[in-house]
Ligand binder design. Structure first.
Ligand code: ADP
Ligand code: TRP
Length: 323
């Protein structure tokens, strides 16, 4: 039996290279070797994105981005979260088993409040919806970036609590967070994130991408000065794209003062262009044919519904809600 792998991505802005290395690239690989479930998490986005047109556009664009980057609906389950509304029923059921203490420890909620994103109940209970996403498909492995680690722990706790209360029902999911790409830094050195405005987008006007790369913050060492590659944001990003030889070569040039930050940025920009160029045409094609994308998503929702209902029926029986 193939391993069941699941992840979701919020349609909250343009996809960036942090998303690519933290999640999407691995999902494209997983669809060859496992039973992959991937969805656009628009119900999660609703906690912060409350504009009808933006929601519609960003949902379709996230789907287009992932299809362009290699997600193949023939090889996996690919759908939009709100098209399979049964997950909301499971969210309620799970929320009745979720201790307040567990929720109050959630750091992502605290972070968002600290950033004055405006508290709402959805933002607070966000991890329960995430647990429902994962558990309803009986996922075994969840590839995400490090920022999602706590949410995965909460999903595991909630699953265990349910199993203890009502009998073995859910698979306990494991996070899949590879060390080397756990946190891709943004142009300012913090975690790359749409909400920090420090991203390098994957699909955008080449001028915008160039501006982002050239704007990466470095120290002020001159071209000839020896530099520490391990303390440099440009190198940290370059490393993700480079072969081992290229990585070692660039690190040596840094240490010997043979490369300035400007040239390092140019090398990084070239890598970004080379990596994503093959996907641009497909992305442009999909943008011109939104109906095709809608059809793919509609089929995807149908395909995943069977699996969803199977688990939900088990839950309804286990809890006595199916009387
Ligand atoms: P953002 O922080 O830009 O809003 P999301 O929260 O939508 O990104 O993340 C989507 C996926 O991409 C998640 O699996 C997340 O862990 C991963 N991801 C996002 N930013 C990074 C990053 N800087 N490094 C590694 N993975 C990331
Ligand atoms: N919370 C995740 C993020 O912001 C998105 C997400 C929603 C997700 N449901 C999920 C990720 C289930 C993995 C599994 O990136």
């Amino acid at each position: 039996m193939k391993k069941r792998v699941l992840s979701g991505i919020q349609p909250s802005g343009k996809l960036h290279i942090g998303n690519y290395f933290g999640m999407i690239k691995r999902m494209v690989e997983y669809q060859e070797s496992s039973d992959l479930f991937l969805f656009v998490a628009n119900l999660h986005s609703l906690t912060t994105l409350q504009n009808k047109d933006e929601m519609k556009n960003l949902t379709l664009e996230a789907a287009m981005d992932m299809l362009a980057l290699g997600i193949d609906p023939e090889k996996c389950h690919f759908w939009v979260q709100s098209d399979v509304p049964e997950v909301a029923e499971l969210t309620w059921i799970l929320s009745c088993l979720t201790p307040m203490g567990l929720m109050e420890r959630a750091t992502s909620y605290k972070d968002k409040i600290a950033k004055k994103l405006g508290a709402n109940l959805g933002l607070f209970s966000y991890p329960v919806l995430q647990a429902a996403d994962i558990l309803i498909q009986q996922a075994e492995l969840v590839p995400v970036g490090k920022d999602q680690k706590q949410h995965l722990e909460m999903s595991r706790d909630i699953a265990a609590k349910f199993n203890n209360t009502f009998g073995e029902t859910f698979t306990i999911p494991k996070p899949d967070i590879p060390k080397d790409v756990a946190v891709v830094p943004g142009t300012d050195g913090q975690k790359m994130s749409k909400s920090y405005g420090n991203t390098i987008p994957i699909f955008d006007d080449p001028k915008v991408i160039k501006k982002a790369v050239m704007g990466i913050v470095t120290d002020s060492k001159g071209v000839d000065a020896p530099k520490n590659p391990d303390k440099c944001n440009v190198f940290a990003l370059y490393k993700l794209f480079a072969s081992k030889e290229e990585r070692v070569g660039m690190a040596n040039e840094y240490r010997k003062g043979k490369i300035g930050y400007g040239d390092a940025k140019k090398a990084l920009l070239q890598k970004i262009q080379d990596t994503f160029e093959p996907f641009q045409k497909k992305r442009e094609y999909l943008a011109k044919h939104p109906k095709k994308v809608e059809k793919i998503l509609e089929e995807g929702a149908k395909k995943v519904s069977k699996n969803t209902l199977k688990t939900l029926e088990k839950v309804r029986k286990a809890t006595g809600l199916r009387y």
